[in-house]
Design a binder for this molecule. Structure first.
Ligand SMILES: [Zn+2]
Length: 77
């Protein structure tokens, strides 16, 4: 059975796995993304499973607090 594997694209943490039947019933947030964005963040492996790169909660918070997190030199203390 096809499943969606969610992984954080920032830290690589496995966030969770849901089956297709669950996926249909859940709000995955995909409707806010364009078709192209969806294809970029979703990768289908040889077994037909979908791997989705998203941000985990802690990385999401870090990014929200520090939009320029990747530019650490610009941090002001
Ligand atoms: Zn993360």
């Amino acid at each position: 059975m096809m499943a969606f594997y969610y992984q954080c694209r920032q830290c690589g943490t496995e966030i969770g796995t849901i089956s297709t039947s669950e996926a249909k019933q859940r709000d995955l947030g995909f409707e806010v993304l364009s078709r192209r964005e969806q294809e970029e963040m979703m990768q289908v492996d040889q077994a037909g499973h979908v791997h989705v790169d998203i941000l985990c909660e802690s990385c999401h918070e870090a990014t929200a607090l520090n939009p320029e997190l990747h530019e650490q030199n610009r941090w002001v203390h």
